[in-house]
Structure formats: structure tokens, C-alpha cells
Design a binder for this molecule. Sequence first.
Ligand code: GUE
Length: 297
Amino acid sequence: MSAAIIDGKAFAEGLRARVGTAAVGFEAKTGRKAGLAVVLVGEDPASQVYVRNKGKQTLAAGMNSFEHKLPADTSEADLLAVVEQLNNDPAVDGILVQLPLPAHINEQKVIATINPDKDVDGFHVVNVGRLATGLPGFVPCTPLGCVMLLKDRLGSLSGLDAVVIGRSNIVGKPMAQLLIAQSCTVTVAHSRTKDLAEVVRRADIVVAAVGRPEMVKGDWLKPGATVIDVGINRVSGAEEGKTKLVGDVDFASAANVAGAITPVPGGVGPMTIAVLLRNTIVAAHRNAGLPFDENAL
Ligand SMILES: Nc1nc(=O)c2c([nH]1)NC[C@@H]1CN(c3ccc(C(=O)N[C@@H](CCC(=O)O)C(=O)O)cc3)C=[N+]21
């Protein structure tokens, strides 16, 4: 192995500490804590773990956490009413509705109901449009976390060739927008791209977000490339009956070729929650009309 390990867990801890300092300042200026509301519909065990972690880290950063756990058979109308109530609640600065939602609920309709200025996930079409046109808004947490790790590692990204593997609304598309804004030359590839290995081999920066365990191999990479692995795939482990987490990158082979690489776990995952808290303290300041240097976070 020759690649440097990009320690997303450590970077996320630092970011959460800076958010915590900003949260103290916000409370001193306004007399109230910033607040994040998380809505979970149903009992998916993985989602419950994520929501619990978000709640704990929100409190640890000195903000209020409002959790709304609704049964799996909650109607769409009842969920929309909860979102409306949170839109109108002055104690709530950020709203996150945990996805995926049960099949009988239209996710687009729910996202469209969130006030874009409280949409700390950055999923509302207004925020998608703001990102695409370079206006201030909210950027999805996972891709923003990836850019933070890249800039921390590489400094300026200007002129670099970036390949994003995956074209989801949550990661691939906003990731491409952010890299364009950083003056990268961006290629968006996906599972149907012809000669994917050849495309990836051109890249100085590879962001893998396809959801296929260990798909990207070391011999696909340009030597020295910076590799960001967004994948979180639970697969059966070496021991019978045990599972383990792997990314979309075959870490063992990639680490022999890459210049730097994020591990799974401990890479992009912890950044996602830290950026959520960052977006929430940004939302709190903006919506209170308070000046705030978000680039200093
Ligand atoms: N509206 C919405 N916004 C989200 O941001 C959102 C969502 N819905 N639905 C589910 C996904 C998933 N997600 C993760 C957050 C943290 C880790 C994380 O901290 N992962 C750890 C490991 C966790 C483990 O061990 O299971 C790591 O990679 O080191 C992973 C995944 C946010 N999501």
C-alpha cells in the first residue's frame, strides 16, 4: 500500500467542533439554540441507527434536536402536515426527512413541501437550481463533504480531471456541479458507461458513488489519483454469519495505485453528518439575518 489515507472521521470531528463554536455564538446572539428536526417514517433498522447518530451529534454540537418518529403506515397527508408544522416552527432551522420513505408516500412531494431555506439536505428543486446556477443555497451533505476532503488534501482543484461514477440526485449530480464550480473538467460516468476503466484511468480525482461493492479496481486508476469512495455496502464478512461494510472501490488494490484514498467506514460517511450540522448552523444564521462566514467553518 502506498496511498495516503484520507481520514474523514478526524476531519468530521474537527468540523463538528467548529460548528459547535458557531452554535455557542448563535445562542449568545439570539438567546436560543439552533435546531435541527429529523423525521423518520417506519422502522428500517439502518435508518434508525443513522437518525440516532444525527440526534446525538446535533446535541453534542450545542444545537437542539427534534426527532419525529412516525409509524410506517403514516399517510402522505399526515407527513406533509408534520413538514408544514416544522416549516412554521421558529425553533426549527433545518429539516431532514430521512429517505427512503415507504412506497405509498411520494418522496418528491414531501421534499417539495420543505421550506427551501430550511432544506439542509439540499434536495428541494430550488436548492438544486441554486447549486446549478451558483446562487447561495443548501448543497447535499455527502457531496459537499467530499469536496471539503478534496480541497483539504489537494488545495486548488482547478484544471484537474475528475470522474464521478454514479448519477444520483443525492450524490452524483450535485458532486458534478460542485466539481465544475471548482473548475475541474468533469466526466459523469455510471454503470452503463462504455470502457469505464479507461474513463476512470484519465482522472486525477475519482468519486465512486454507484452502489456496487468494490467495483473500482486498482488497475483502473491513474497512479497518484485521489480516490473518494462514497459507497456504503454491507456484504457478508470472512466469518460465517457476520457482515462488513465495503465501499464502491476495491480498497486493497486501489491503495497500491492511488495517491490518497478514503476508507469505508471512516471516510465519507462521518462527513455526511458533520456537513448536516454545518448546513444547520448556516441556515440558523441566514434565517435570523445574522452575518456568518460559512467558508471559515
Ligand atoms: N434525507 C436523508 N439525508 C441523508 O443524509 C441520508 C438519508 N436521508 N438516508 C440515509 C442516508 C445514509 N446516510 C449516512 C450517514 C452517515 C453515515 C456514516 O456515518 N457512516 C459510517 C459508518 C456507519 C456504520 O458503521 O454503519 C462510516 O462510513 O464510517 C452513513 C450514511 C445519510 N443518509
